[in-house]
Design a protein around this ligand. Structure first.
Ligand SMILES: *[C@@H]1O[C@H](CO)[C@@H](O)[C@H](O)[C@H]1NC(C)=O
Ligand SMILES: *[C@@H]1O[C@H](CO)[C@@H](O)[C@H](O)[C@H]1NC(C)=O
Ligand SMILES: *[C@@H]1O[C@H](CO)[C@@H](O)[C@H](O)[C@H]1NC(C)=O
Ligand SMILES: *[C@@H]1O[C@H](CO)[C@@H](O)[C@H](O)[C@H]1NC(C)=O
Ligand SMILES: *[C@@H]1O[C@H](CO)[C@@H](O)[C@H](O)[C@H]1NC(C)=O
Ligand SMILES: *[C@@H]1O[C@H](CO)[C@@H](O)[C@H](O)[C@H]1NC(C)=O
Length: 442
C-alpha cells in the first residue's frame, strides 16, 4: 500500500466517525499508577533465568532499533526519525472513552505518542482486549489539521480537514490512523481512578509490531504529544522495584511526581542533572555523562566516549524500556577490566544469558567477594549504583555477571540499574532528579 492510499483510506474511515474537537483547557493533574513488568503477568510465571534472558534479548532488540534510527541517513528514513524502538519493559492500566474501555499499554519513555488499536482495524497486532470502537464513545473527537497537536506530529498528514498520523518505531513496528482526542481514565480496575478529558491520541487502524500482550502504547518522551507534556505540570516519576520480585512499581504524574516526601535509603541526598537535547532524537532523555568510578577508582575513559556525535549517534540516555545498560565500548572495556581486578575469581562467558563478564557462583568457601558501588558521574550529579543493580546472580546456571553489555554506538542507562531508585523526570525544567529509595514501600 502506498503512503497516499493509506492516508486516503484512513481519512475515509475517519470522515464517518465524528465531529471535530474544540480546544482543551489547562489542567493540573496528580495521580499515581501501578507499573507491572511486561513478563510479570505471564501464566505460568517465568523462572528467574527466563526473566533475565528475555530482558537481555529485548534490550538487544531495542538497542539495535535505536541505532538503526539514529544512524538513518536517507531522506525517507530520516523523516521517520520521529519514533524509536517500540519494545518496552513496563505496562500500565488505563481506559479510553465514555464509557471507559479498559486496556493495558506499554509505557515508553523513548517515544511520545499515546495510541491504541482502533476498529475498524485493517492491520492489527493481537491484543488481549477488543479494539477500541470510536463510534461507541460519547467523548471521541477528531483533531483538526490546523491544531497545534496535528502540527506536533513529526510526520503529519491532512485530508479533508482530518489529521492522520503515521508513527514508525526503529524496529519497523508502526502505527497509523487518525489523530483524535478522548477522555482517558488512569488507574487499574479497583484503584482510585483519575479521568482526564481531551488527551490527543493515535487511533490506530494500521499497526504492526509486538505489543507484549498489551493493546497500545503510552509515550512519556519529551515531545509535545507525550502524555507527560499533555497532562501538565509536565513531570513524572517512577520507582522501580527489584527486577525479580513480582511487587509492582510506581509511576506518578504531576503533583504526585515529587521526591520531597520520598523515604530515602541511608539519608542519601537528591541529585539532579540537566537533560541534554539530541536533535536527531528529540523525544529521548539524554544526559551528560562525564565519567564512571568503580569504588574509588575512576575509570580511564575519554569523556568524548559519552558525547553526542554530529550525526545523532552516541551520547548517553536514560531509558525505562531497556533493561540492561549499554556502555559505549571503550567504557565497557575499562569497567570490565576493573571488575576483573576486583573479583578474585576466574572469569567466564555466560552464553545462557548473553553476558560476557561473569564468574562461577557461588564462589568456593575460601574466597570472599566484595564489590564496591559503581558511580556514574553526570553533570552536577553522581548516581550511585549498588552492586545488586549492576551485577546479577543467575542461580540457575551458577553465574555472577556484570549486568551490562558493550555498545558500538551510544550509552543507555537501563532499568536494571534503576532498581530502588526514585527517578523524577521534570520535563518542564529539563532536569532529571533521583534518590535511592525502597520502591516496594508506598
Ligand atoms: C497475556 O495476558 C493475559 C491476561 O492479562 C494472561 O493471562 C496471559 O498469560 C498473558 N500472556 C503472556 C504470553 O504474557
Ligand atoms: C461502529 O464501528 C464498528 C467498527 O468499525 C462497526 O462495525 C459498527 O457497525 C459501527 N456502529 C455504528 C452504530 O455505526
Ligand atoms: C475488584 O473488586 C471486585 C469486588 O470487590 C472483585 O470481585 C474483583 O475481583 C476485583 N478486581 C480486580 C482486578 O482486583
Ligand atoms: C517512611 O517510612 C516509615 C517507616 O518505614 C513510615 O512510617 C513513613 O510513613 C514513611 N514515610 C513516607 C513519606 O512514605
Ligand atoms: C563471549 O562469547 C561470545 C560468543 O561466543 C564471544 O563473541 C565473546 O568474545 C566472548 N567474550 C569473552 C570475554 O570471552
Ligand atoms: C561526584 O563524585 C566526585 C568524585 O567522587 C566528586 O569529586 C564530586 O564532587 C561529586 N559531585 C557531586 C555533585 O556530588
Amino acid at each position: 500500500m502506498t503512503m497516499g492510499n493509506l492516508v486516503l483510506l484512513l481519512v475515509v474511515l475517519a470522515a464517518a466517525l465524528s465531529p471535530v474537537a474544540r480546544c482543551t483547557t489547562d489542567r493540573d493533574v496528580g495521580f499515581q499508577l501501578k507499573l507491572t513488568h511486561v513478563d510479570g503477568r505471564a501464566a505460568p510465571a517465568y523462572t528467574k533465568l527466563q526473566l533475565l534472558t528475555r530482558a537481555v534479548v529485548r534490550s538487544r532488540a531495542r538497542v539495535a532499533a535505536l541505532s538503526a534510527v539514529a544512524a538513518a541517513v536517507d531522506p525517507i528514513t530520516a523523516a521517520r526519525i520521529l519514533v524509536r524502538a517500540s519494545q518496552g519493559e513496563y505496562l500500565v492500566d488505563l481506559a479510553v472513552g465514555t464509557p471507559p474501555v479498559e486496556y493495558t499499554a506499554i509505557v515508553d519513555t523513548g517515544s511520545d505518542l499515546v495510541w491504541t488499536q482502533c476498529a475498524p482495524c485493517m492491520l492489527c497486532s493481537d491484543q488481549p482486549t477488543p479494539f477500541f470502537q470510536p463510534n461507541r464513545s460519547a467523548t471521541y473527537r477528531l483533531v483538526p489539521c490546523g491544531s497545534p497537536r496535528c502540527a506536533a506530529l513529526s510526520y503529519p498528514a491532512c485530508f479533508h480537514g482530518v489529521c492522520v498520523y503515521q508513527y514508525y518505531y526503529g524496529d519497523y513496528a508502526s502505527s497509523a490512523g487518525v489523530l483524535a482526542q478522548e477522555a482517558f481514565t488512569f488507574g487499574a480496575a479497583n484503584s482510585t481512578k483519575v479521568r482526564v478529558p481531551g488527551v490527543a491520541f493515535g487511533c490506530g487502524n494500521v499497526n504492526a509490531g509486538y505489543l507484549a500482550n498489551s493493546s497500545g502504547m503510552v509515550g512519556l518522551g519529551r515531545g509535545p504529544l507525550s502524555l507527560v507534556r499533555q497532562l501538565g505540570p509536565s513531570r513524572f516519576s517512577y520507582c522501580l522495584t527489584s527486577f525479580l520480585t513480582p511487587a509492582p512499581s510506581r509511576l506518578s504524574f504531576g503533583a504526585m511526581a515529587s521526591l520531597d516526601s520520598t523515604n530515602t535509603s541511608d539519608g542519601a541526598p537528591v541529585q539532579s542533572t540537566p537533560f541534554v537535547l539530541n536533535p536527531a532524537l528529540p523525544s529521548m532523555y539524554f544526559l551528560s555523562l562525564q565519567g564512571i568510578s568503580l569504588g574509588d577508582t575512576r575509570l580511564r575513559v575519554d569523556p568524548l566516549a559519552f558525547a553526542i556525535n554530529d550525526d545523532g549517534t552516541g551520547g548517553c540516555m536514560i531509558d525505562s524500556g531497556t533493561s540492561i545498560t549499554y556502555l559505549y565500548q571503550d567504557a565497557y572495556e575499562a569497567l570490565r577490566r576493573e571488575v576483573l581486578s576486583v573479583v578474585p575469581l576466574r572469569s567466564v562467558n555466560d552464553t545462557a544469558i548473553g553476558l560476557d563478564t561473569c564468574f562461577p557462583w557461588p564462589p568456593p568457601p575460601s574466597v570472599t567477594v566484595t564489590m564496591p558501588d559503581l558511580v556514574l558521574h553526570f553533570n552536577r550529579a553522581n548516581m550511585t549504583v549498588p552492586p545488586e543493580n549492576y551485577m546479577l546472580i543467575d542461580s540457575a546456571t551458577g553465574f555472577l555477571c556484570l549486568a551490562m553489555v558493550p555498545s558500538g554506538d551510544g550509552t543507555i542507562i537501563g532499568n536494571y540499574q534503576q532498581q530502588n531508585l526514585h527517578v523524577l523526570y521534570d520535563t518542564a525544567n529539563s532536569l532529571l532528579s533521583f534518590v535511592p529509595a525502597p520502591c516496594n514501600i508506598a
